[in-house]
Design a protein around this ligand. Structure first.
Ligand SMILES: Nc1ncnc2c1ncn2[C@@H]1O[C@H](COP(=O)(O)OP(=O)(O)OP(=O)(O)O)[C@@H](O)[C@H]1O
Ligand SMILES: [Mg+2]
Length: 304
């Protein structure tokens, strides 16, 4: 559904996106990860025909992004949630969506049906008549997503949709993304959060001007040779610490009543570590895996 080949964008003498080649299938949720300034937003802006490319090519379905005759079709096919949400603060939630629906020349019946559908789905229906100026950040973000979907696009680009949202609002947005996937829409999600990508994405690409890696979240996890386990005890003492070290994990750090243990294969190594702690008189309260952060993964991939 999305296909790029050597897609490049330069701004003056800096290259923001360098020779990006990528395929995203219909109905796929693709996560685009990368540090600040990696070129994620620039890529999305090229794919939505908001800026032109400096080289290479890209297609959305059967349409070429740099063919002037295809731009109109691409705009109809894609929906975009940008970093600045683009809502009219003085209008109500309903009227914002109605306005954008008109821009896309939807009929009155279509607008009514879709606005109600999305506002209910995003739990904003009760607030439909309030002006957006009274909305919290999370409510605005949800409304902005509805706005990006009002013309029923097949491909949805979401540029950091959960940035600045509280956990509950983030979850609503993630659940919504999964609903959209069920409708067989293609979703391209820019994010900094690996855990978010893991929860919703079928595949993930890591960009730092160039595409460094692409794979499923599982494949990425497997490339990390070390995973971190946090063990919380009633208290940590030297005997417990020494016992854990004797089992031979890759690393052990202690802080307060917690141990952070780096292991290669937790399913195999954890039981031994836990036994050793008990035998040394340690009383375990919690054992949790600490999610691998984008940073861990990213540094690993760049170094490796
Ligand atoms: N209009 C522009 N003019 C000049 N440079 C630009 C422009 N837009 C982006 N850039 C540069 O291109 C690079 C990539 O920026 P981009 O916004 O695509 O990164 P990003 O991956 O979205 O980062 P973030 O995670 O911070 O949103 C940066 O070095 C940025 O300064
Ligand atoms: Mg960005």
């Amino acid at each position: 559904m999305i296909e790029t080949e050597g897609l490049t964008r330069r701004f003056g003498n800096i290259t923001a996106v360098d020779e990006l080649s990528l395929r995203v299938g219909r109905g796929e949720v693709f996560g685009f990860l990368g540090p600040n300034g990696a070129g994620k937003t620039t890529t999305v802006r090229m794919l939505c025909c908001l800026i032109s490319s400096s080289g290479g090519r890209a297609r959305i379905g059967d349409y070429e992004i740099d063919a002037p005759k295809d731009r109109q079709e691409i705009r109809r096919t894609v929906g975009l949630l940008t970093e600045n949400v683009g809502l009219y603060e003085e209008l109500s939630a309903y009227d914002n969506l109605d306005f954008y629906g008109r821009l896309y020349r939807l009929t009155e019946a279509q607008r009514k049906e879709r606005i109600e559908y999305f506002l209910r789905m995003l739990e904003l229906w009760e607030k439909k008549d309030l002006s957006v100026v009274t909305f919290s950040k999370g409510m605005k973000q949800k409304l902005a997503i509805a706005r990006a979907l009002i013309h029923d696009p097949q491909v949805l680009f979401l540029d950091e949709p959960t940035a600045n949202l509280d956990p509950e609002a983030s979850k609503t947005v993630r659940d919504f993304i999964l609903e959209l996937k069920k409708e067989n829409r293609t979703i391209f999600l820019n994010t900094h959060m690996l855990d978010e990508a893991e929860r919703v994405c079928d595949r993930v690409g890591i960009l730092k001007t160039k595409l460094i890696a692409v794979g499923t979240p599982d494949e990425f996890r497997r490339t990390l040779s070390e995973r971190k386990i946090e063990i919380q005890l009633e208290s940590v003492n030297d005997a417990v610490l020494a016992a854990v070290k004797r089992v031979g994990p890759k690393s052990v750090e202690s802080s307060g009543n917690k141990l952070l243990v780096g292991v290669g294969d937790p399913e195999r190594e954890n039981p031994g570590i836990i036994e050793a702690i008990s035998e040394a008189g340690g009383r375990i309260q919690f054992v949790t895996e600490v999610g691998s952060t984008l940073e861990d993964l990213y540094l690993k991939l760049v170094k490796g």
